[in-house]
Design a protein around this ligand. Structure first.
Ligand code: AMP
Ligand code: MG
Length: 422
């Protein structure tokens, strides 16, 4: 007799999986190797930026008090007693009616309180002594970039769990992070199951298909920030599959299989989980594609039984595996980023289950628009190539009309959501 499975909601299924979410291990890597990695600690400003008042322009550092009353009719002459470039520090005291020639980024001499730009002074020289003539008043603080203006010491600049990008690289260098604390990448093992599967280098045979899921999942794992390890494909034979999974489980943080989780005669994963002694968290979710997605748990490790159908496999990974990986990488927003969008086509059939259709989203004048990226069936592989989002259509009896507001989950955004389901 075929087992009857009771579907649970997507939200409930995500919650059951996320009970096992935990932060991963930390490691330090050289700043040269950290781009694209995930921070495992907040980056806090360990000094003010800039750490001293400095000139914002090439010009002359002056004492604003000396220029009180300066005008076209009554210009004031200052003697230029020193010259400093960026990185140099003026060692002289600057007295009444004295100025220092200063370049952009150079530290403001402590006796001065403003800078006048080259363009607004008249320069001259008498007895080898340079001077400038200024015909207007200059307020205190003019043309300076002040200490702490960019950021004050102690401020949290980037939260842990953030993927390092070029701007963050600049911050790390600014604050002297020669070694950067990053999350260790979790190792995710993959088996593709199915006697019908051929490897990518094998010629097509009658009744067989090439294993596309393993390569797709490997790329999804990398996009999520983890390391994929492909263990090959397994025939639908219990003992071989069981032994292989049992052996490899020890070497990974998470084990993913594709295929074999349904109730067909050759769907062996339920029996394998039982034999392994794994606790099955769920084996039926009220979603399409991916309703047969099964997640089990054994000794602190999650085992994902994703559907063999390519689209279902893809969606199952993004909804249930990616957030576990991102939590491992210290993210507090581990789920796919959700965003409101306008539906670009009618979906007029009733849905008993929540649908996630593979979509292409694009910005138009009135906001984000979403259209299917191809045929919307779980066994379809071509629609995945153009999908940059999953459109969520919660179950209802009327379907959805073009122009309605829906939520989409963005597949390529680095910043995630705390909780994208209601
Ligand atoms: P299953 O979940 O094992 O019942 O497989 C569902 C469908 O997905 C079947 O048509 C399989 O042939 C197909 N399938 C299973 N594994 C893969 C794979 N690794 N790559 C592509 N298609 C697959
Ligand atoms: Mg199969």
């Amino acid at each position: 007799m075929v087992e009857r499975r009771i579907p649970i909601s997507v939200k409930e299924a995500v919650m059951r999986v996320m009970k096992f979410a935990k932060e991963g291990k930390k490691e330090e890597v050289s700043i040269y190797e950290c781009n694209g990695r995930f921070l495992c600690e907040d980056i806090v400003a360990n000094h003010d930026v800039p750490s001293f008042d400095r000139s914002a322009y090439d010009g002359f550092a002056i004492r604003s008090v000396d220029l009180k009353g300066a005008s076209k009719e009554k210009p004031i002459t200052l003697s230029v007693i020193d010259e400093i470039g960026a990185g140099q520090v003026c060692q002289k005291r600057i007295g009444e009616y004295e100025a220092v020639r200063i370049m952009t980024g150079a530290m403001l001499p402590s006796d001065c309180d403003a800078v006048v730009m080259f363009e607004v002074v008249k320069e001259g020289r008498e007895n080898d002594q340079p001077y400038i003539i200024i015909d207007h008043e200059v307020g205190k603080g003019t043309n300076l970039s002040f200490q702490g203006e960019d950021v004050k010491k102690g401020k949290v600049l980037v939260e842990k769990g953030t993927k390092i990008n070029p701007g963050i690289m600049a911050l790390l260098a600014t604050f002297g992070y020669e070694k950067v604390p990053v999350a260790k990448k979790p190792i995710i093992g993959i088996f593709a199951t199915g006697t019908e599967l051929l490897e990518v280098d094998e010629p097509l045979e009658k009744g067989k298909i090439r294993n596309s899921n393993a390569y797709m999942i490997m790329a999804q794992i990398e996009r999520a920030g983890a390391i994929p390890v492909y263990f090959g494909k397994l025939q639908d034979v219990f003992t071989v599959s069981y032994e292989a999974m049992k052996e490899k489980l020890a070497s990974v943080d998470i084990l993913i299989t594709t295929g074999g989780v349904s109730v067909g005669d050759y769907d062996l994963l339920p029996a394998i989980y039982k034999e392994l002694g794994a606790e099955v968290l769920f084996n039926k979710v009220a979603m399409r594609p991916g309703s047969v997605t099964t997640v089990a748990h054994l000794d602190g490790k999650l085992l994902y039984g994703l559907s063999g159908n390519p689209s279902a496999c893809y969606v199952g990974f993004e909804i249930f595996t990616k957030p576990i990986i991102r939590r491992y990488l210290f993210s507090s927003k581990p789920h796919l980023q959700s965003a409101p969008a306008i539906l670009g086509e009618d979906f007029l059939t009733a849905n008993a289950f929540t649908r996630f259709f593979r979509s292409t989203v694009s910005w138009k004048e009135d906001g984000l628009h979403t259209v299917p990226s191809g045929v919307d069936k779980s066994n379809i592989v071509t629609s995945l190539a153009f999908a940059n989002a999953l459109t969520i259509l919660p179950s209802n009896s009327t379907g959805y009309q073009k122009g309605e507001r829906v939520n989409v989950l963005l597949l390529e955004e680095e910043e995630g959501s705390e909780w994208p389901w209601n």
